[in-house]
Design a protein around this ligand. Structure first.
Ligand code: ADE
Ligand code: ZN
Length: 340
């Protein structure tokens, strides 16, 4: 490992945009399929990994929803969440905010209790075993209806105190934030933080809608905002965090190459950008790999990488007391002499 790799891996980082169902490594996917008698189209991890070639967001979502079928029991949800958190901990992540989209599971008759109990148990385990700070975000599918989203909100209310926020993912184009204005008002009124995917494949106007109509706390991705200078100015002035996922953008052909990724331009515009993993096995990397790949492709300086990590800590849905403690930890790490 080079000096910079070790430095980046050791940085106390956040992962604020990841999907539990998108974090199943191929080996575990096959193990869960066998355990639950689910037939997959691939029978080796290599074959499965070979299928991770996408033309766009929809071609990825097709495979992602197929992969969801291996998660059936409470133990499955616990195992997959535990595996991600262990890996994230090894990657230097000190604060992880995890999305899960219950609709993929409840539509198959899986009780919400199995999902919530399994995920929450693994989160509690990671707090104890790794000293990690972990939060859960419930995500709804934008390609389904607003009444469907309300049904999810009602189903998870018994766990209100265990959930930090509500998000939205799925097929973006044709499903603008405005479709969910009443839903996100209700989520905010019930005390949840909010973050929606916007401006990944969709236009800048979707980012604008997420801000003005949904009043979200964070934007997931947000790349397309650069097409609208007024929007960029407003996002920068209001310091609205954007949870950018560079390797995801590369693999889903949101950008033609990492060299052409707008991350550096976003930083130059003063945007509050953070770097995140999204669906790590599908896109070829956890947060460290994302940062290192961007460093290589965009020539990010050590200071720029530290800035991105600091932005993550500043954007996390944690108490101010916890944020200050995490920022002090980052400052202490950055001050340590570098060897090599
Ligand atoms: N669900 C999981 N990953 C996603 C992404 N990158 N965009 C939209 N929905 C998602
Ligand atoms: Zn995502």
């Amino acid at each position: 490992m080079t000096g910079i790799e070790a430095f980046v891996r050791g940085l106390p980082k956040t992962d604020l945009h990841m999907h539990i169902e998108g974090s199943i490594e191929p080996e575990l996917m096959l193990e869960l399929a066998a355990r639950n008698g689910v037939t997959l189209r691939w029978d080796t991890p290599e074959a499965l990994r070979g299928a991770y070639r996408f033309e766009n967001l929809q071609s990825f979502l097709d495979l992602y929803f197929e992969g969801c079928k291996v998660l059936v029991t409470e133990r499955d949800f616990r195992d997959v969440t535990r595996a991600y958190l262990r890996r994230a901990h090894e990657d230097g992540v000190v604060r992880a905010e995890l999305f899960i989209g219950p609709q993929s599971f409840t539509e198959r008759g899986i009780p919400i209790e199995a999902l919530m109990s399994g995920v929450l148990a693994a989160m509690e385990d990671a707090r104890g075993a790794h000293g990690m700070s972990v939060g859960l975000m419930i995500s709804v599918h934008r390609h389904r209806t607003e009444p469907d989203a309300f049904a999810v909100l009602n189903q998870v209310m018994p766990w209100k105190d265990d959930i930090i926020g509500i998000g939205m993912g799925g097929a973006e184009v044709g499903n603008p934030p405005s479709k969910f204005a009443r839903f996100f008002r209700a989520a905010r009124e019930r005390g949840f933080r909010t973050a929606v995917h916007a401006g990944e494949e969709g236009p800048a106007s979707y980012v604008r809608e997420a801000l003005d109509l949904l009043h979200v706390d964070r934007i997931d991705h947000g790349n397309a905002c650069l097409a609208d200078p007024d929007l960029v100015r407003e996002l920068a002035i209001r310091r609205v965090p954007l949870t950018v996922c560079p390797l995801s953008n590369l693999r889903l052909k949101v950008v033609p190459s990492l060299e052409e990724h707008p991350l550096k331009a976003m930083m130059a515009h003063g945007l509050h950008v953070t770097v995140n993993s999204d669906d790590p096995p599908y896109f070829g990397g956890y947060v460290t790999e994302n940062l290192l790949a961007c460093r290589e492709a965009l020539g990010l300086s050590r200071d720029a990488i530290v800035r991105l990590v600091r932005n993550g800590l500043e954007a996390a849905f944690v108490t101010e007391e916890e944020r200050q403690a995490l920022l002090l930890r980052l400052d202490a790490y950055v001050r340590m002499p570098v060897d090599g």
